[in-house]
Write a protein that binds this ligand. Structure first.
Ligand SMILES: [Zn+2]
Length: 113
């Protein structure tokens, strides 16, 4: 994983990319859009991130980020951050355990005909 831009048709240094990049930064008011617990980060942004790195250069797939958050996104720490958010969800017991009531205790009651 290099963390570099995927841009194939429009290289990172192409005039088209520079124009698009400025468009995204303007659209997002040059503020970092990284979601935090308190809403968007809001730090001054000069990075443009591909939300889905296979999603291409569609403006809907691009967002402004500050340097620290862009670094997090493109590094392994980004994965850790995402996993941390996932772990906050309440865990449910594995469905397999639900079938085990009665096991190890009283025998199953006889089923009426
Ligand atoms: Zn940020």
């Amino acid at each position: 994983m290099s963390g570099q831009w995927e841009g194939r048709a429009s290289g990172r240094n192409s005039a088209a990319w520079k124009r698009l990049r400025r468009f995204i930064l303007d659209r997002d008011s040059h503020r970092c859009t990284w979601p935090t617990d308190h809403g968007p980060c809001g730090a001054p942004a000069d990075q443009v991130d591909h939300i889905d790195r296979h999603g291409g250069d569609d403006p809907n797939n691009l967002r402004a980020l500050c340097r620290p958050h862009h670094a997090i996104k493109t590094s392994a720490e980004g994965n850790a951050e995402r996993w941390r958010h996932r772990e906050r969800r309440p865990t449910r017991p594995h469905p397999g355990f639900l079938d085990q009531q009665g096991v190890g205790g009283a025998p199953h009651p006889a089923t009426p005909p």
